[in-house]
Structures are given as C-alpha cells and as structure tokens.
Design a protein around this ligand. Sequence first.
Ligand code: ZN
Length: 136
Amino acid sequence: MKISHIEHLGIAVKSIDEVLPYFENVLGLKCYKQEVVEDQKVKTAFIMVGQTKLELLEPTSEDSTVAKFIENNGGKGGMHHLAFAIEDGVANALAECDEKGIRLIDKAPRNGADGKHIAFLHPKSTAAVLTELCED
Ligand code: ZN
C-alpha cells in the first residue's frame, strides 16, 4: 500500500460545542464542516491544520462505539484514532493487511465522513492505536 500522509487524527469528545471554542478561539483554527454519520452514530466536526485534519467525534447514541470509548476512558474523551491517506485504494490496502495477518475491523471499505472511503484496522494488530485507512 502507498500512504501519502496522515489524513486526520480522530478525537473523541462528549460535546463538540463544548470543545470548539478551545480549537477556534485559543488555537485559532477553523471548523469547516460538521456532519452526522448515522452509520457510526457520531456527529463529526472537521478542523484543518496544514494538510492534516482533526476529526472531533461526538456520540449521538449511547450504543455508539465512541460513547463506549469515552465511558472506558473515565468519562472523558481523548485521542481515538489515527487515519492514513491511502493513494492506491483502501480495498487494496485491506487485502494486503489481511494477507499479512493484521486483524481487520472492516472487511471491505465503507463510506465515512467527509466523502471518504474508509476501513478500520484493529488496535490489537496496530501498536494499540485504532487505525483508519482512508481515501477520497
Ligand atoms: Zn476518522
């Protein structure tokens, strides 16, 4: 697979509205888009930092995996996942990971936020960091 850069860092938060003033008023960054991803039961907010993004993830339901992550993290959010931009196809990258014995969360690419094709790798196989493969 060919990774071009870190596409985004996912940060789990209890409330996007509560943390946005920190990113916008203190760090001087701009949130350019908010979007609900029904599939993953999250509301997302995107902030551009150079060519990398921050993806804030707020659960929209108690059975969202992000809600469980926050609960397991003492009720606080925090760094949730790392997303790599894949140049030569998420399906390709997934097949390669599978072949190399990496545990996959998604067997096939699916539609993520921000119009991307995405797939997650299991943290058990990825240095304990939930990892997302992502392409436009
Ligand atoms: Zn993500």
